[in-house]
Design a protein around this ligand. Structure first.
Ligand SMILES: NC(=O)C1=CN([C@@H]2O[C@H](COP(=O)(O)OP(=O)(O)OC[C@H]3O[C@@H](n4cnc5c(N)ncnc54)[C@H](OP(=O)(O)O)[C@@H]3O)[C@@H](O)[C@H]2O)C=CC1
Ligand SMILES: Cc1cn([C@H]2C[C@H](O)[C@@H](COP(=O)(O)OP(=O)(O)O[C@H]3O[C@@H](C)C(=O)[C@@H](O)[C@H]3O)O2)c(=O)[nH]c1=O
Ligand SMILES: [Mg+2]
Length: 306
């Protein structure tokens, strides 16, 4: 199929990953963006009855679902909303994909794990989520896998980008407001640039194309996170160090603290590193080190690019 003829339905509104996907997938087909605020392609994943009509109206070749309930702490207070969006809707999307003969790409998270493994997680490791968000995302994975279309579930971690709500943007704001930032140094992970995830997704889709047998063979869960590792404190230090090269900051110190000194409603994994070997073997894709993405996005922000 030519790129002109292919239709790619991207869900996720103005979310950080959806924004990058619209950019990265544009060369592979006609991207149709759907979201709660879309005038032409409205969908609300809390309202399951809006899903099949959207998919039947668009008749996409691929569905890429970057919509999610991502407020990790708030999810503890409103679990039914998180479950509807993250746990139930992905299965309905996968069923709808099956009906129109589309394939589904869906995203999940390191927070499906409890962080006690002592080594980077493999796709098949048992998942024990610590909170409502992780549990709802795990339910969504199972719902997709049950539905019967061909699908890819890409588990990523610690996403950041120039848009949307994320740790990097929060820290850049706090560094302009406070003399001291206090950040947990006992949670380990790999901060992953949303653009790198979008570009890897595009490479995977380009590789599978319209080859149904290849889709079937590659159907499954893949870990997709940046190379390298750090803590939220290490990430914060790198963010502020870069920012300081471009602006005067009141922030004098980025202090390492323990999770116990930063109480939050949701528990988070102590180590949620993902082993990316399966992706490398199956698709030849390895994401750059987290520092590469961070430097690039901050340069774009400093240059005022939007
Ligand atoms: N953020 C992170 O650190 C990580 C995220 N992930 C996963 O990656 C994917 C993308 O996340 P990310 O881009 O960061 O998330 P964002 O929070 O930036 O964006 C999620 C988008 O989902 C949309 N959405 C939320 N609720 C609904 C709903 N009821 N109906 C329709 N759309 C809805 C929102 O659209 P609207 O614009 O209308 O508000 C929002 O823009 C998700 O699956 C997430 O679980 C995985 C690991 C890390
Ligand atoms: C803002 C801030 C956070 N923290 C801590 C709180 C928490 O333990 C850790 C991370 O903070 P956040 O709440 O921003 O990150 P969090 O929302 O937990 O990020 C997660 O989002 C979901 C959607 C995912 O899927 C995960 O991969 C992960 O990226 O840093 C500090 O110690 N100091 C601070 O100033
Ligand atoms: Mg958050």
């Amino acid at each position: 199929m030519s790129a002109e003829a292919r239709r790619i339905l991207v869900l996720g509104g103005a979310g950080q990953l959806a924004w990058e996907l619209r950019r990265s997938l544009a060369s592979l087909g006609q991207v149709i963006a759907a979201g709660r605020r879309s005038a032409t392609h409205a969908v609300d994943l809390e309202h399951p009855e809006t899903i099949l009509p959207l998919v039947e109206a668009v008749r996409p070749d691929w569905i890429v679902n970057a919509a999610a309930y991502t407020a990790v702490d708030r999810a503890e207070q409103e679990p039914e909303r998180a479950r509807a969006v993250n746990g139930v809707a992905p299965g309905l999307l996968a069923e709808a994909a099956g009906r129109v003969g589309a394939q589904l790409v869906h995203y999940s998270t390191d927070y499906v794990f409890d962080g006690r493994a002592g080594r980077p997680y493999l796709e098949d490791d048992p998942a024990y989520p610590l909170g409502v968000y992780g549990a709802s995302k795990l339910d969504g994975e199972a719902a997709v896998a049950r539905a019967g279309c061909d699908w890819l579930i890409l588990r990523t971690a610690w996403l950041y980008g120039a848009r949307g709500g994320n740790f990097m943007r929060t820290l850049r704001r706090l560094a302009r407001e406070r003399a001291e930032l206090r950040v947990v140094a006992d949670q380990v992970g790999a901060p992953t640039w949303a653009r790198h995830v979008a570009e890897a997704t595009a490479q995977m889709l380009a590789r599978l194309g319209d080859d149904r047998a290849a889709w079937h063979r590659h159907c499954g869960v893949y870990h997709l996170s940046a190379a390298g590792e750090t803590t939220w404190h290490g990430f914060a230090e790198a963010i502020v160090a870069h920012q300081r090269r471009h602006e005067e900051l009141p922030c004098r110190a980025v202090t390492a603290i323990a999770t116990a000194d930063y109480p939050t409603p949701a528990r988070r994994p102590a180590c949620s590193l993902l082993d990316n070997g399966k992706l490398a073997r199956a698709f030849g894709i390895r994401l750059p080190d987290w520092r590469v993405g961070l430097a690039q996005v901050q340069e774009e922000l400093d240059a005022g690019e939007e």
